[in-house]
Structure formats: C-alpha cells, structure tokens
Design a protein around this ligand. Structure first.
Ligand code: LLP
Length: 417
C-alpha cells in the first residue's frame, strides 16, 4: 500500500494535492512519499521479527540522500555497488558498519575506501576479487570481512536483463566451486569470513525460486560447518517484486515466514535482506504534463514533457507502469488509447503504450511505481536537464534535488584555447 491516493477526484501525495505541488515546482518531477518508504521498510523488519536480521536497502534503486537518510533514521543498513553509493550513504548519515558491498568489478581504490569506512562486509563475486581484497587489506593492516556471493543457478523467471542467478550470468561464484573458494578465503591473509550471499534477480513474483536457491545455500552452510567454517550471516539478496500491474508478488511477511521456517536450526545466523524496489518503487511517482495531443492515421499520441532520459524502464525493459490522470476529467473529453511518448528523438521514447485516457493538452499525468530505478537511471540525453525530486512528508513538500539548470548541462566541460 502507498500514500498516493485520490480524494475528491484529485491525486494526493500523503496530505498534499499533486496539482498544488506541481504549481509550485513545475513538471516533470519525481514525488516521493516518506510515509510509504517507512511503511515498506517496516514491512521487512516486521516480517523478520523473531530472527536476528538486518535490512540493507539497495541504494541503486533510489540513491537520493534524503531517501537514504529517512531509512538510516530507522536503523537501515545499505547494499552498495560503488564508491559513489558508499559516499552517499555517509553523506546521508548512514552507519557504514551496516553496509554490504556487492558488484563484480570492485576496484582497489573502492576496496580501500570501504575498508577505511569499516563496512560490514564485501559480497565477493570472484576469486580474483577475493585475492585483491586480501592484498588491499594486508597493505592497510586491517581485516576485511567477506561473504561469498554464490550463483545458485536458479531461474528467477523474470526479465532476462534483471535475472542474475543463472550460471550464464556474470554474477557470483558458481555454487559448485563455493566450498573451495571458502577454503581459499580462510587461508588468505587479512580475510575474515563472515557470511554467504545470493541474489538471483529482480522483480520476482514468486517465492519458489528464492526457496530453491536458499535450499542450495543451506546445504553449503552445512558443508562449511562440517569443515569448521561457521558463518555469522546469510544474505538472501533483494529481488522481491512489486505490483506494477496485475502481478501479485508475495508480501514480505509471507516471503520472510518461509525463509525463517527453513532457518529454525540456525537461530543465531543473522538474516540480511537487500530490498530496493520493494521499498522504493511504489513510494514514488513521476509527474508529467501533456504538451500536445497528436493524431496520426491509426494512432493517438499524448506527447508529454518527460522522456526516456527521465524514466528509462519502459524503453529498456518494455516495463509496464500505470499512467493515471492527476485530476481525472468528468467532462465530455473523449477516451482514446494513447501512446504516451516523450520529447526525446528516439522511437523507443515512451512511458506507456495503448493507455486509455481522457485528456486534454495541459493536463497532468502521473506514472506510478516510479520511485525505484527511475531517477537513478536518468540521464541528460538530448541535453535535457534532470528533473526535480521532491519528498512529501504529511502536509509538507521538500525539494530533495533541485531541477538541473541549463548551465549545469555543460558543467565540467571546457572549450579548446
Ligand atoms: N542486491 C543486489 C546484489 C542487486 O544486484 C540488486 C539489484 C538488489 C539487491 C536489489 O534488487 P531489488 O530488490 O530492487 O529487486 N534497473 C532494473 C533493476 C535492476 C536490479 C539490479 N540489481 C529495473 O528497473 O527493473
């Protein structure tokens, strides 16, 4: 559930009219709801109750420092994939000792930065990476805590671009080789083996693939135990889906209950979650204005002021996200099936296709479920300044990232003498 609801046929973000917010801040803009972020975070912590746990929000989903700060205040940990994301967590007041560092290409500089900030652990994705972490930690004279990210070869049944747990994917270490890698980790200097980790993909709508992966990982935990390698935590990654359309992903409580049921033998094994989308997606909308209505022989186009540079998901993954009128009309405006397209010079620039809408030029539309992988995947393509990000907290709206100015477009660029 989120806090973007209609009241008297007007869309509200918590207690604020979206149309009023736009009057002040313009379009396009992302609007987030603090209460929704908090509710979704608590869905995970409540679900995990009764078992030691840590919810490490996946920063890549939405990395605005205000978003990170709202979660940090609740005690969240963070899943990061770059030095930049760690720097954001620090800037937002997050605890670095609750940070797990995922990603296949950690540079020596990034490893050193993370060690300097004493992160909880590195989720190691290859043997060369493990050796590099050992070298950097030895040079710095500090221990590096590591968890091996195993690739369990499970089909997550999601879009191929966001599936990560198949053996043909670049992520993690083949679970069949994991035992050997743990033995190597144990033997390497400055390495402290603390956990095991898997993440099989994103926007998962069934629990079964998680459980199939979990069973394989529990077998590994047992094998390690009999060899004297005792782990402190089990990180089951992120990936829980959200209802963009008619999907019915499991609620965090149902998902966690099934996971916990498999861990009764391990009451001290800390359970780590890395949710991104499930926390942020439905905590945000992208608001855009209809610039033109255009009719070709057999198509109705609604040309809006937000494009694929602002929201890439539909173009990149053919992702479907709901598009609704901010103030639905009750006059005699005809309903048509519109392709809602942006200003970018690409045929693939659309927010949605075949959407039944009754709209006029100047109307406002909201694309829902835009809080995750929306702004973070945006760009300046076509020299379009990136849009404002706003956060509503009750009856107050805060600018958490100002709209970029024209001159910011060429900031850092230089003419030849
Ligand atoms: N942990 C790891 C190691 C990950 O790679 C990811 C996402 C997450 C956690 C968080 O997954 P989530 O709970 O958000 O599903 N841009 C794509 C999604 C890419 C996800 C990449 N990894 C999209 O817009 O659908």
């Amino acid at each position: 559930m989120d806090f973007f609801q209609y009241q008297d046929k007007q869309l509200f973000a918590e207690q604020m009219r979206v149309a009023d917010i736009v009057k002040q801040h313009g379009t396009p803009c992302y609007i987030y709801s603090r209460k929704t972020l908090e509710r979704h975070y608590h869905a995970f912590t409540d679900a995990a109750k009764g078992h030691p746990h840590l919810v490490c929000y996946a920063v890549k989903a939405n990395s605005n420092i205000a978003v990170l700060n709202v979660l940090a205040r609740l005690g969240a940990g963070f899943d990061i994939v770059s030095k930049g994301e760690l720097a954001r967590v620090i800037e937002a007041g997050g605890d670095t000792d609750k940070v797990v560092f995922s990603g296949v290409a950690k540079t020596a500089d990034e490893i050193a930065f993370a060690l300097q900030h004493n992160i909880k652990c590195f989720n190691v994705e290859s043997t060369p990476e493990l050796k590099r972490i050992s070298e950097v930690a030895t040079d710095m004279g500090v221990p590096a805590r590591v968890s091996i990210r195993v690739n369990p070869d499970i089909d997550a049944k999601t879009h191929p671009y966001i599936s990560t747990g198949l053996k043909e994917n670049k992520f993690g270490i083949d679970i069949k080789q994991a035992f050997e890698v743990y033995q190597l980790a144990y033997a390497l200097p400055s390495i402290d083996v603390v956990g095991v980790d898997f993440h099989i993909g994103s926007q998962l709508t069934e629990v079964d693939p998680f459980l199939a992966a979990l069973d394989k990982v529990i077998a590994l935990i047992e094998q390690l135990k009999s060899a004297g390698i005792e782990l402190q935590h089990l990180d089951i990654g992120g990936g829980l889906g959200v209802p963009y359309d008619s999907e019915k992903p499991p609620h965090p409580s149902a998902y966690a209950a099934q996971v916990k049921a498999r861990l009764t033998q391990y009451p001290h094994l800390e359970l780590v979650f890395e949710p991104g989308r499930a926390i942020a997606a439905n905590a945000g909308i992208l608001v855009t204005k209809v610039e033109y209505l255009k009719r070709s022989q057999d198509k109705h186009f609604a040309i809006v002021d937000a494009g694929m540079n602002d929201m890439l998901r539909p173009s990149l993954y053919q992702a479907w996200q709901s598009i609704i009128a901010v103030n639905p009309r009750d006059d005699d405006t005809p309903i048509h099936a519109y392709d809602v397209v942006g200003p970018v010079c690409e045929t693939g620039d659309f927010l949605g296709k075949n959407r039944l809408l009754a709209i006029q030029e100047g109307d406002l539309l909201a694309q829902r479920s835009a809080g995750a992988y929306g702004f973070t995947m945006s760009s300046n393509y076509n020299s379009r300044p990136r849009v404002a990000e706003l956060m509503v907290d009750g009856d107050t709206c805060y600018v958490i990232r100002q709209r970029e100015s024209l001159s910011s477009l060429w900031q850092g660029e230089h003419l030849l003498p």
